[in-house]
Design a protein around this ligand. Structure first.
Ligand code: DHE
Length: 501
């Protein structure tokens, strides 16, 4: 007999199901893959690797919440070509699409040398001998506005924006400046490197180094750019002149186990790039010396993978945080020996570490991401000399040689709206500023003189609050879209005391 049920029996069974709490057959779920192919693939690529719009892969979307993804699909993103889909898709379809882009694809997409070459664009740059504007070129502050993915170039004396332009999606890490302060390089989480001429206010070249990138570094002679990638697992090297790719290193340990690259920085005194590997116990150093470097990596063995690191002042040692976030190792770069191990619980974020003068001696400070603490380390004895207790875990520290204070946020704690002012001598929080009560306060940068400090109110309708760094009076408030980070040209190119990498 046929197993087909008569309609009256289906109704009866459904009612029975309701009565006994058994679920009825679910309404058909939207086919997210088809919805994506029909509506999103044209701009974001059928493999979700990005095109006109950003890559829609979990790794490149970063720490975004599903509610944000849903809101973007539903309402679009202002000042971009991303329109809202609420009139064309149902709420269920929008939810299904959001879940889809937050799910890892079955096969990870590839990004080859040929893809890198094909992605590169160059743009004409007017020939000039000085900036096309009149502000102090070394007191320019570059503001990355994460809220709507723009960059504002700010006159550091008048606090007036000189220009504002759309950036690539989700810039991450500090932009890197050429030593004359003219060009700045930005890196985005979805792999784009952009070279920008501050004098002519022009993006001169762009290239996509990978699908998920951590950060970029510029060599001390300004000739090479290195990109640290998670996907694919590569360290990619480019000419800083026009961003043409010169070499892509597949990153793997000596036995061939592949590894993501945690971060790459220049080591000016050593004329090299140093990269930490996230999945294997090696640090790589790549020399940038000579007219045509081979970029062959020197492998330095360490006991555990390194997540994040900082150098001492002369770039003789590297202080690296372990992936478990409970200790740090000190590696002497000259001979690659691990010379000390420090207990650093609470996930120290050495990428936003700073060094400063404490009782006449240079020390290193790093915030902890999991607890309201800042470790202060003596780079001669490699011991933790103090642990500053703050009101909650924070991300960023900043200071300047001309100020007696460190400014530290607590943006991941309960008092997110406070900026803590820490005395460099007593290592105690001497006061807490609240730029806007109830709104996240984060990331500080100083002007070149150290007399003024810029603090972010980290909201979509946020602000840049300019403080007098001596009186702590508010001097100006500039509306900004989630100003993630600020970078003063002078402080960055002089490696000012109190700035991160
Ligand atoms: Fe960052 C710098 C790693 C999450 C904003 N961050 C850095 C650097 C590293 C790093 C290694 C130094 C690179 C450089 O300057 O060249 N960041 C990490 C992480 O591992 C972590 C915890 C997890 C992740 O998802 O990547 C992380 N970072 C974040 C964020 O969620 C932040 C707050 C928001 C965002 O935009 O992603 C964030 N990171 C920043 C900023 C800097 C940064 C603004 C540059 C700070 C500076 O002043 O130089």
């Amino acid at each position: 007999m046929s197993p087909i049920l008569r309609p009256d029996r289906v109704l009866a069974l459904a009612l029975l199901g309701l009565a006994v709490g058994v679920s009825t057959p679910a309404a058909a779920q939207p086919d997210a893959a088809k919805l994506y192919a029909d509506n999103c693939a044209t701009c974001h690529h059928e493999a979700r690797t990005g095109g006109q719009g950003p890559a829609l892969l979990p790794v490149s979307l970063g720490r975004i919440r599903k509610t944000e993804v849903v809101a973007t699909i539903r309402d679009g993103r202002p000042a971009t070509q991303m329109e809202g889909w609420k009139d064309k898709l149902s709420e269920d379809e929008i939810q299904a699409l959001a879940a889809f882009v937050l799910t890892e694809p079955k096969v990870q997409p590839s990004w080859t040398f040929a893809d890198i070459v094909a992605s590169r664009e160059t743009h004409p740059d007017p020939v000039v001998t000085k900036p096309m504007w009149t502000a102090d070129p070394l007191n320019i502050t570059v503001v990355v506005e994460g809220g709507d993915h723009h960059v504002t170039i700010l006159d550091g004396d008048s606090y007036e924006p000189i220009t504002r332009f759309p950036s690539r999606y989700a810039l991450h890490g500090g932009p890197k400046f050429t030593s004359d302060g003219r060009y700045v390089f930005f890196g985005s989480r979805d792999g784009w490197i952009s070279k920008y001429d501050l004098w002519t206010l022009t993006v001169t070249a762009e290239v996509r180094a990978g699908l998920n990138m951590r950060n970029i570094a510029l060599s001390s002679d300004g000739r090479w750019v290195a990109a640290a990638n998670y996907l694919p697992s590569t360290l990619a090297l480019f000419s800083a002149d026009d961003l043409s790719p010169v070499k892509v290193l597949d990153v793997a340990d000596e036995k061939g186990a592949p590894s993501r690259v945690s971060a790459v920085y220049q080591a000016p005194e050593r004329k090299s790039f140093v990269a930490a590997l996230k999945d294997v116990g090696e640090i790589w150093e790549v020399s940038t010396q000579g007219p045509a470097p081979s970029f062959e990596p020197r492998r330095i063995a360490v006991d555990e993978p390194i997540d994040d690191f900082f150098f001492d002042q002369g770039y003789r040692h590297l202080l690296g945080a372990s992936r478990d976030g409970d200790k740090a190792v000190v590696v002497r770069l000259e001979d690659g020996k691990t010379v000390a191990t420090l207990p650093l619980p609470g996930m120290p974020h050495l990428g936003s570490g700073i060094s400063f003068t404490h009782h006449g001696k240079r020390v290193i400070a790093a915030p902890h991401l999991k607890e309201g603490k800042i470790s202060v380390i003596d780079p001669e004895s490699w011991t933790v000399i103090d642990t500053i207790t703050t009101s909650g875990p924070g991300f960023f520290l900043r200071s300047h040689e001309k100020t007696p204070y460190i400014w530290a946020d607590a943006m991941m704690g309960r008092q997110k709206d406070g900026m803590q002012i820490i005395d460099k001598e007593t290592l105690k929080v001497s006061r807490v500023l609240t730029p806007t009560p109830g709104k996240i306060a984060a990331h500080t940068e100083f002007d070149r003189s150290g007399r003024h400090a810029f603090v972010s109110v980290w909201e979509m309708d946020g602000e840049l609050v300019v403080y007098d760094a001596e009186t702590f009076d508010v001097v100006k408030r500039l509306p900004m879209k989630k100003p993630v980070g600020k970078y003063n040209v002078f402080n960055k190119i002089t490696f000012s005391e109190g700035t991160s990498h």
